[in-house]
Design a protein around this ligand. Structure first.
Ligand SMILES: Nc1ncnc2c1ncn2[C@@H]1O[C@H](COP(=O)(O)OP(=O)(O)OP(=O)(O)O)[C@@H](O)[C@H]1O
Ligand SMILES: [Mg+2]
Length: 275
């Protein structure tokens, strides 16, 4: 697949389940290396769109291009590699309760690579340090707050250094301080992983103003707006104006470094992802 940050191009998409159409005439490009926020009412199809970008469901019609490649036209092996390599933070965090944070974050590496325990542990501790949880590596999920669990979910999503990071409502259920911290983390990830394209679903306007470079608004089963945050702020569309009655300052990105993966870790990841 293409090097560099991947654009996500949605072309004439019709998405749904069986005979039920959830979204139609979806056409938009989410820019590579930036944070796109998908906004829309509950049940409006935000998670559905993410599932399709992840390749978990096939569109009823239309195409999804990642880094210029029509994902549903890829050969099986490439398609599997692509799906394995995506980073996802699910709506509920989705950590396994019987495993420690370190085990949760490293799970796919323990299961699918031949890396040694120490190598995986090192990689896992680095990912946990990115989200401020390195001291909690050996805690179980139920010993942590909801915000900490979401951050651990983010660390797990980053385990494979994914080209795409898709977050489904990363701030829902968090208090404003924890929500702002999650926003700051996503901004920090954008700085540290310039080749990673981030898509985040939100109901939350404060979060939109904090993190969005690009905004996709879904309404009435289709795209009501796709453009930069500045363009959205300046719109005079009456429906969109109703979204825009609240303002918040950008949260500064946390400073942290993401060192290169050790060559043997990279090689083991590649071996697993291309199986
Ligand atoms: N697996 C599924 N099978 C059938 N219908 C589904 C499935 N998943 C979602 N739907 C339907 O698709 C529509 C959109 O749901 P979706 O979960 O994408 O909305 P959403 O915008 O993510 O909502 P929320 O903000 O509440 O998370 C809903 O009407 C829902 O009932
Ligand atoms: Mg949803």
């Amino acid at each position: 697949m293409t090097q560099g940050a991947w654009d996500i191009r949605l072309e004439n998409l019709k998405l749904g389940y069986g005979d039920t159409v959830v979204l139609h005439d979806v056409a938009a490009t989410l820019p590579g290396g930036k944070i796109s926020v998908i906004l829309g009412g509950s049940g409006g199809g935000k998670t559905t769109l993410l599932r399709h970008i992840l390749g978990l469901s096939r569109p009823l019609a239309g195409k999804i291009y990642l880094g210029g490649h029509d994902i549903f036209a890829l050969p099986d092996k490439e398609f599997r590699r692509l799906r394995r390599s995506m980073g996802v933070l699910f709506q509920d965090g989705a950590l396994l309760g019987g495993l420690t944070l370190a085990e949760n974050v490293g799970l796919s590496l323990y299961e699918h690579t031949n890396l040694r325990f120490d190598d995986i542990r090192g990689l896992v501790l680095h990912k946990l340090s990115l989200v401020g949880l390195e001291d909690f590596a050996d805690y179980y999920p139920n010993q942590l707050s909801g915000g900490m669990r979401k951050r651990a979910g983010l660390a797990r999503a980053l385990a494979t250094d994914p080209p795409l990071l898709l977050c489904d409502e990363p701030t829902s259920g968090l208090d404003p301080i924890n929500a702002a911290q999650m926003d700051a983390l996503l901004l920090a990830m954008r700085e540290q992983y310039p080749d990673m394209t981030i898509v985040s679903v939100s109901h939350d306007l404060a979060s939109l103003y904090n993190i969005a470079d690009h905004v996709l608004v879904l309404n009435s089963g289709t795209v009501a707006f796709s453009g930069s945050l500045e363009e959205l702020k300046n719109t005079d569309d009456p429906f969109l104006r109703r979204f825009l009655d609240r303002k918040a300052d950008r949260v500064p990105a946390a400073a942290a470094r993401n060192p290169e993966l050790a060559p043997k870790v990279r090689a083991a990841l590649d071996a697993w992802l291309s199986r």
